[in-house]
Design a protein around this ligand. Sequence first.
Ligand SMILES: Cc1ncc(COP(=O)(O)O)c(C=O)c1O
Length: 367
Amino acid sequence: MNIDFANLQLQYQKYKDEIDTNIHSILDNSNYVMGKEVSRLERSLEEFTLAKHAISCSSGTDALLLSLMAIDIRPGDEVITTPFTFIATSEAIAFMKAKPIFADIENDSFNLDPNKIESLITSKTKAIIPVSLYGQPADMTAIKAIADKYNLKVIVDGAQSFGSTHNGNSDSCLGDISTTSFFPSKPLGCYGDGGAVFTNNDNYADKIRMLRVHGQTKRYSHKLIGMSGRLDTIQASVLLVKLAHFADEITNRNKIAQTYNEKLNKFVQVPQIKPNRTSVWAQFTLRVQNRDFVQAKLQEQGIPTTVHYPLPLHLQDCFSYLNGKKGDFPIAEKISREVLSLPMNPFLTNDEIDYICEQLIRVLKDQ
Ligand SMILES: Cc1ncc(COP(=O)(O)O)c(C=O)c1O
């Protein structure tokens, strides 16, 4: 069997008529930038998340930058975040000339550990950015309590977790500002780059809408230094189709995760979802010893796997100026050596899941 990791092609074939119709209508009217589909998508995102404002933008990375600009992050400010995430989270902080301050992660959820935050707070700390890794929110009750105590802002990097919940609330409503990415392989993905910012705060929303179009209040009047950060109309039209199917896709992802769990939990460490949270399973990530061996053997059997992420951010060359060293964040370092993500998409069949699990169990016994 040859398994497709994210199977975007199959998803396209399922929704092809709707997607082609939407794309062609934009080609027919040439409204490529800020067409009506963009505002329709934003209203649909607000309905889906119950956030007061959903503001689409050019990528998950730009969503983070717009959020940091909105809360007025300045050079030299400190922002506490996780070292175990995609580079974009800390890259956005560094791009603002602020300083990423890493705190280690929880051993079970792989998310920012609230118990490691408080000792890092200084007079320069302005914000905390938890990431909802692999689709599951961090411990937002504890993180928000710390933020409130020290008057810090919270930006939730929800690039991997659009549609997940924490105490019944959408991941997109958990921070002062929350973000997501519509990168093609994300749970809700478009056909290029895209992202969104969510907030219940009217002032932030006004500012972000301005910032995403060069800080402009009306054509050629610029109140702020902003960016070219809009979502293309064609991408919005693709997302409108996919959003209509998204609740069903989340249900399928959860069923698949449950089946993986039942078949694998006796043999390997499976993902842990906390009782007050749901995941959208951007990844189904195991912890394995001897990862290279397991990965190579699965590949030989037509089963692709991925490693998110092999090196924590404090050990990346681009952050060497922060003087991070091995041993600073032992849990992030250990987990980065062990994580392995199995194929995950809403269209995996029972036969495919059976095959993946049988092969994996065989490889684990062989090592
Ligand atoms: C946690 C996290 N933050 C931010 C991003 C950046 O999103 P984008 O690729 O849309 O810029 C990603 C994308 O992989 C991500 O996983």
